[in-house]
Design a protein around this ligand. Structure first.
Ligand code: ATP
Length: 298
């Protein structure tokens, strides 16, 4: 049996952290949205073996247990004692190590797919709990809908779709290590954003309020390593974005525009400065088939 799922990227509209837990994990205050830039994940089950294989169409990604998609498959296989192997094929469209949750969304897609193939009857909440053991962004990616996220990534509060906006993404060539950036968070010096106001802006679908409330406390940490991010952000604003911000631990910077013509102007203007530029929109993945009441009829 085989199933293909879309695995969309995420963007951090709001990213703050009030403290670090004793195990080193940050406590998060985040708002994330899903965009229509997505990987495609195909899972094929194989009988007479328990082997898990991962294949990606990019040469440099791990194909073994270091791949988060592999980890998703092995978690379910072990937990539910499944005597079947799987082949996972990932068509990568999301830039790697870019702050867009590429690995996490692939893992989330594998969890959703194997839940169906192996008829595990887990709902989104239960899948999110398993996902948290892989990476803090996996619970969000299980739902892939605009949400507020707290805890270590496991507490999700669904928000509303963004108002219709255009989003320009610019991914600089340089990459950053998330682990390294998280280690360097200067907790005592952080300027905290207003999480309540940011959530209210999304719930009201009020773009000016959202623009005013957006923040990412990791931005300065990453800019200290890669000053070009500050230039890229300034260029986005100079070319007409309503707001520009880094996503996750970077280095991708995104600009939000209410007008398509302005977004297209930014895309064209940035092409000389940045290799990878994309024009996308926010969207919600349809995971209705995994809601408990729907699942029974599936
Ligand atoms: P994070 O913020 O969660 O660290 P990111 O969104 O910035 O991640 P990813 O594209 O997930 O970046 O890549 C981070 C690391 O995860 C890379 O070093 C990559 O080798 C590893 N990785 C493991 N599995 C995958 C996958 N399926 N897709 C992309 N990267 C993966």
């Amino acid at each position: 049996m085989e199933i293909i799922e879309k695995a969309p990227a995420k963007l951090n509209l709001f990213l703050d952290t009030p403290f670090r837990h004793p195990d080193g994990a940050p406590e998060w205050k985040m708002i994330m949205t899903t965009i229509d830039l997505a990987d495609y994940v195909k899972v094929v089950t194989v009988s007479n073996t328990k082997k898990i294989q991962v294949e990606t169409d990019t040469g440099f990604l791990p194909q073994d247990q270091k791949n988060l998609a592999f980890q998703a498959a092995i978690r379910l296989q072990k937990k539910f004692r499944i005597n079947q192997g799987v082949q996972i094929k990932i068509k990568k469209k999301i830039p790697v190590a870019a702050g867009m949750g590429g690995g996490s969304t692939d893992a989330a897609a594998v969890l959703r797919i194997l839940n169906r193939i192996w008829q595990l009857k887990l709902n989104l909440n239960q899948l999110a709990k398993i996902g948290l053991t892989i990476d803090s962004d996996v619970p969000f990616c299980i739902y892939s809908q605009t949400a507020a996220i707290t805890g270590k990534g496991e507490i999700l509060e669904p928000l509303r779709q963004l108002p219709p906006v255009w989003i320009v993404l610019a991914k600089p060539k340089a990459s950053v290590s998330t682990v390294n950036i998280l280690k360097k968070i200067p907790y005592r010096e952080l300027q905290h954003g207003d999480f309540v106001q940011a959530k209210a802006a999304v719930l009201k679908q009020n773009l000016p309020d959202l623009v005013g409330a957006m923040t990412n406390v990791l931005e300065q940490v990453t800019i200290n390593e890669l000053p070009q991010i500050a230039n890229l952000k300034q260029k986005m604003l100079d070319f007409g974005a309503d707001v520009a911000q880094m996503t996750g631990s970077g280095p991708t910077v995104f600009g939000i525009c209410s007008k398509l013509s302005r977004a297209q102007h930014i895309v064209n203007s940035l092409k000389g400065f940045c290799e990878q530029v994309y024009l996308v929109q926010s969207c919600h993945l349809n995971t209705d088939y995994l809601l408990p009441q729907k699942f029974e009829n599936h």
